[in-house]
Design a protein around this ligand. Structure first.
Ligand SMILES: Cc1ncc(COP(=O)(O)O)c(C=O)c1O
Length: 348
């Protein structure tokens, strides 16, 4: 039994999802003639109470398109030092939009309105880049699946309004936050100018993200997507997976969160575990007293896979394909790990 806790992106479509995909009605989406894509976009726009939604192949492309829509070359966006748009999108912020990032030293990937105020360059001070966008992430990836307090999100919105800044949410795992905090999509639609959400993470679709916004900001989105190479043809087969995922895999995210917490409870009791970060959703980040690489390879010998994140941090991510059986076996194995001289991990 292979247990893959590297990421929630490793899931494969369920038989039911696959069958829905095979039966999807499709057309040429570059001509906007794909009924399944159109249905997905209409459904998601409505969920968030926004005018428009546009299907993208990836979360990175949806974020990059949003940044392009909000900025002009030479300008600056404000984000956290852990942000996916800054760390893991290949330098796309500068490559695609000619924009720089002012990084904030937030808590678990989350920033405050006060920090944002302090990072805005005065618009009349022409020596500095013009600040035009604030981009936050919820839940945070590198921050360990942390969820923002919605009051802080609203405070940042107020700052954006006062300073005429765009406000984009990288909501790759927003679904997890909605379930964990019992929030609604509409609530987020009311606050942000643009939101990207992923279908291919907790929801378990094989591909797909959606960018959501009102008519004015989204007017040029389809052109930017085309420029980035994201115009796709009979892509309704994939949109159908997304529709299925939204209808069937949303509520079960609570199960991923529960399993993550149970993993955390076991970690807390292990003598070689130094620290477990708070667990809000499906990501568990922890540090150990011992050789991380050795721990990773020892677990690999039991067909259990996960990543080190650098700086001594290790990560488990729970997801749709991590079953109850796997969970029980994994916790059992975890409980049998010991370290010899703080070095070699050993399974009894
Ligand atoms: C917070 C966050 N934003 C954006 C993305 C990008 O998604 P994709 O891999 O579909 O480009 C990811 C992917 O892991 C992510 O964790």
């Amino acid at each position: 039994m292979k247990i893959d806790l590297r990421s929630d992106t490793v899931t494969k479509p369920t038989p039911e999802m696959l069958s829905t995909m095979l039966n999807a009605e499709v057309g040429d989406d570059v001509y906007k003639e794909d009924p399944s894509v159109n249905a997905l976009e209409t459904k998601v726009a409505k969920m968030f109470g926004k005018d428009k939604a546009l299907f993208f192949p990836s979360g990175s492309m949806a974020n990059q398109a949003a940044i392009k829509l909000h900025t002009q070359p030479g300008e600056q966006l404000i984000t956290d030092k852990y942000a996916h748009v800054y760390n893991y999108e290949g330098g796309g912020v500068s490559f695609n939009s000619g924009v720089s990032c002012k990084l904030l030293d937030g808590h678990r990937g989350m920033v405050t309105a006060t920090q944002v105020i302090g990072a805005i360059n005065p618009p009349d001070f022409y020596h500095s880049p013009l600040t035009s966008l604030v981009c936050i992430e919820n839940t945070t990836n590198k921050g360990g699946g942390a969820c923002y307090d919605f009051e802080e999100i609203k405070k940042i919105k107020q700052v954006c309004e006062e300073h005429k800044l765009g406000y984009h949410l990288d909501g790759a795992r927003l679904w997890n936050a909605l379930i964990a905090k019992k929030e609604s999509a509409k609530q987020y639609g009311d606050v942000f100018d643009t939101i990207s959400v992923c279908l291919s993470k907790g929801l378990g679709a094989p591909i797909g993200s959606i960018l959501i916004g009102d008519d004015k900001i989204m007017e040029n989105a389809i052109r930017v997507r085309k420029i980035l190479g994201g115009g796709m043809r009979q892509v309704g087969y994939l949109a159908a997976a997304g529709l299925y995922a939204i209808d069937n895999h949303m509520d079960r995210l609570a199960d991923d969160h529960k399993k993550a917490k149970e993993i955390g409870d076991v970690l807390e009791k292990l003598s070689f575990v130094k620290h477990v970060e708070p667990i809000d959703t499906n990501i568990v980040i922890f540090t150990i007293d011992g050789d991380e690489e050795d721990f990773i390879s020892t677990m690999k010998s039991k067909d259990i896979y996960f990543y080190g994140m650098g700086q001594g941090k290790l990560r488990f991510v729970t997801h749709l394909d991590y079953t109850q059986n796997m969970h029980e076996y994994f916790l059992e194995v975890l409980n049998t790990v010991t370290f010899i001289n703080n070095k070699a991990a050993h399974i009894q």
